[in-house]
Design a protein around this ligand. Structure first.
Ligand SMILES: *C/C=C(C)/C=C/C=C(C)/C=C/C1=C(C)CCCC1(C)C
Length: 245
C-alpha cells in the first residue's frame, strides 16, 4: 500500500493575536458573503442582477486577499500593506461602479462612474505611497492628498450630480443611495484612523499604538459586506416592484 504524506504547515495562533484572529474571521466572513450574494442571483429581475453580482465580486476578491494576508501575517508578523492595497484598488472602484449601477435607472452617465473611480484611485495610490514611504515625502502629506480625494468623493455623492440623480429617481433608489452615502461618510472614515494608527505624524499622540490591521479588518467587514447588503436589499424591493407592476 502506498502511503501519502502531506506536509501542511499550520502555525499556532496566539489567543491575544487580534490581528491574526481578525484576518482569519475576515476570510470566513468574506467567503460566506460571496456565496450568499452569488447564490441569490437568480431571484432578482435581470436589471438588478449585475449590481448583486458586483457585491459578490467585491467580497470574493477580498476573500482571496484575506487568505494571502492571513498567511503573510502568520509567517512574518508584518502588516501585509501591499496585498491590502491591491485588494482596495480592485474593490473600491467596484463600489463606485455600484453607485453608478443603482443610479443608471435615473439616467446616470458613465462619466459619473469614471470620475468616482478616478478619485478613488487617487485616494488609494497616495495612501499607499504614504504607508510605503515613497519619494521621501512623509505620511502626513500623502495622507492629506488622499483625504482630499476622499472628500471629493463624499462631495460628489452628497452634493454633486450623483445626489441630484438619486433625488430625481426617488423611492427605493433614493433610499439605497442615501444608505450607501452613509457607508462612505461613516464606514470609510474608519480607514484614515487605521492609517493614522500605522504611520508617523502629528496624530501619533492620539492614534499611535492602536492596531492598524484590526481597524482595517473591521472596516472591510462593515464596508464590503454591509454595502453589499444594501445593494441586495434594493434588488429585492425593486424586483418585487417590477413583478407587481
Ligand atoms: C473595501 C475597502 C474599502 C472600502 C477601503 C476604503 C479605503 C479608504 C476610504 C481609505 C482612505 C484613506 C484616507 C482617506 C486617508 C489616509 C489613507 C487611506 C488610503 C487609508
Amino acid at each position: 500500500m502506498k502511503t501519502l504524506s502531506l506536509f501542511i504547515e499550520i502555525t499556532k495562533m496566539d489567543p491575544t493575536d487580534y490581528v491574526g484572529f481578525t484576518f482569519f474571521v475576515g476570510c470566513m466572513a468574506m467567503m460566506a458573503a460571496s456565496a450568499f450574494f452569488f447564490l441569490s442571483l437568480n431571484q432578482f429581475d435581470k436589471k438588478w442582477r449585475t449590481s448583486v453580482l458586483v457585491s459578490g465580486l467585491i467580497t470574493f476578491i477580498a476573500a482571496v486577499h484575506y487568505f494571502y494576508m492571513r498567511d503573510y501575517w502568520a509567517a512574518t508578523g508584518d502588516s501585509p500593506t501591499f496585498f491590502r492595497y491591491v485588494d482596495w484598488i480592485l474593490t473600491v472602484p467596484l463600489m463606485c461602479v455600484e453607485f453608478y449601477l443603482i443610479l443608471k435607472v435615473a439616467g446616470a452617465k458613465q462619466s459619473l462612474m469614471w470620475k468616482m473611480i478616478g478619485l478613488s484611485v487617487v485616494m488609494l495610490v497616495t495612501g499607499y505611497f504614504g504607508e510605503a514611504g515613497v519619494m521621501g515625502l512623509d505620511a502626513q502629506l500623502w495622507g492629506l492628498v488622499s483625504g482630499l480625494a476622499y472628500f471629493a468623493i463624499v462631495h460628489e455623492i452628497y452634493m454633486g450630480n450623483a445626489a441630484s440623480l438619486a433625488k430625481s429617481a426617488g423611492g427605493n433608489v433614493e433610499s439605497a443611495h442615501k444608505m450607501l452615502c452613509k457607508f462612505v461618510l461613516i464606514g470609510w472614515a474608519i480607514y484614515p484612523i487605521g492609517y493614522m494608527a500605522g504611520t508617523e505624524g502629528w496624530y501619533s499622540g492620539i492614534f499611535g499604538g492602536l492596531p492598524m490591521d484590526v481597524i482595517y479588518n473591521v472596516g472591510d467587514a462593515i464596508n464590503k459586506i454591509g454595502f453589499g447588503l444594501v445593494v441586495y436589499n434594493i434588488a429585492i424591493s425593486e424586483t418585487a416592484r417590477i413583478k407587481g407592476a
